[in-house]
Write a protein that binds this ligand. Structure first.
Ligand SMILES: NC(=O)c1ccc[n+]([C@@H]2O[C@H](COP(=O)([O-])OP(=O)(O)OC[C@H]3O[C@@H](n4cnc5c(N)ncnc54)[C@H](OP(=O)(O)O)[C@@H]3O)[C@@H](O)[C@H]2O)c1
Length: 249
């Protein structure tokens, strides 16, 4: 097992859902967590929750779309703790709609956050991990990064990009820099992700889906992260495809 007590993590999209759950679980295991997002009040509340359990968190206001904001956030974390051992690239959004609805600003937003944002944080953290000759990068793809679904064309395109990038990154930095790369591909998780669906039909469809099956919780995904990060140093868990048992598609 890899001992993660005292390690340092940067988690993007830590203000809710999977990111918040991962921050909580990692902190509980002794990791100092840099919790990054735009909603500072949510991050402050999470920091207090973590502190109550004896953990340590650093609030980092970050818009992953803005490279300067990302670089400043990474600097803040390194100044505080002198290392970054775990990067959880998790910020993302999924406003569903059919392509013929031409919700082009939502398409661009998904590409900016889900793809370019992930590249921005990777670029900002990688030099630190290379200097350390160690690290573990988790990228949140999705079941939508393995399969394509109607209504999710652009989202699937962004998550397929994350899956492809993760695999390439793993091949390039594993042996050369001793950095592990894990691509997480969750099925349905009960989070705020669905709140951003502006298409009434798809919003209703997602609400119906939630009635038909027991969605995963963010904590379920966080547990799989703990498993991968605590695996022995020579083990790279390259993919985590985790679904509700009822999600038969
Ligand atoms: N829920 C699911 O069923 C599911 C399934 C597969 C994959 N995923 C993926 O899991 C990841 C986490 O989503 P979630 O389900 O936990 O949803 P969520 O609760 O809506 O969390 C999304 C997070 O992304 C952050 N974010 C969005 N835009 C950002 C930006 N420009 N800069 C920094 N942070 C930004 C949000 O923080 P702020 O708004 O505070 O910035 C929030 O913390 C996403 O990549 C999503 O695609 C989710």
């Amino acid at each position: 097992m890899t001992d993660i007590n005292g390690k340092v993590a940067l988690i993007t999209g830590a203000s809710s859902g999977i990111g918040a759950a991962a921050a909580f679980k990692l902190a509980d295991a002794g990791v100092k967590v840099g919790i990054a997002a735009r909603r500072i009040n949510r991050l402050e509340a999470l920091k207090a929750e973590i502190a109550e359990k004896g953990g340590e968190a650093l609030v980092i206001e970050m818009d992953v779309v803005d490279p300067a904001s990302v670089e400043a956030g990474v600097r803040k974390l390194v100044d505080a703790y002198r290392s970054i051992d775990i990067l959880f690239n998790n910020a993302g959004l999924m406003p569903l709609s059919d392509v013929d609805q031409l919700k082009t600003s939502e398409w661009h937003r998904m590409i900016d956050v889900n793809v370019k944002g992930l590249l921005n944080t990777t670029a900002a953290v990688l030099p630190q991990m290379i200097r350390q000759h160690s690290g573990h990068i988790f990228n949140t793809s999705s079941i939508a990064g393995r399969k394509v679904f109607k209504g999710l064309s652009v989202y699937c395109a962004t998550k397929h990009a994350v899956t492809a990038f993760s695999d390439g990154l793993r091949m390039e930095v594993g042996q050369k820099h001793n950095i592990r790369v894990t691509c997480i591909q969750p099925g349905a998780v009960a989070t705020e992700l669905y709140d951003q669906i502006t298409d009434a039909g798809y919003r209703e469809q997602m609400d119906d889906l939630a009635k038909q099956m027991t969605f995963l919780q963010g904590a379920d995904i966080a547990d799989t992260i703990l498993f991968a990060v605590q695996a022995p140093a020579h083990v790279n868990v390259a993919e985590l495809f985790v679904l509700p048992i009822d999600q038969g598609w």
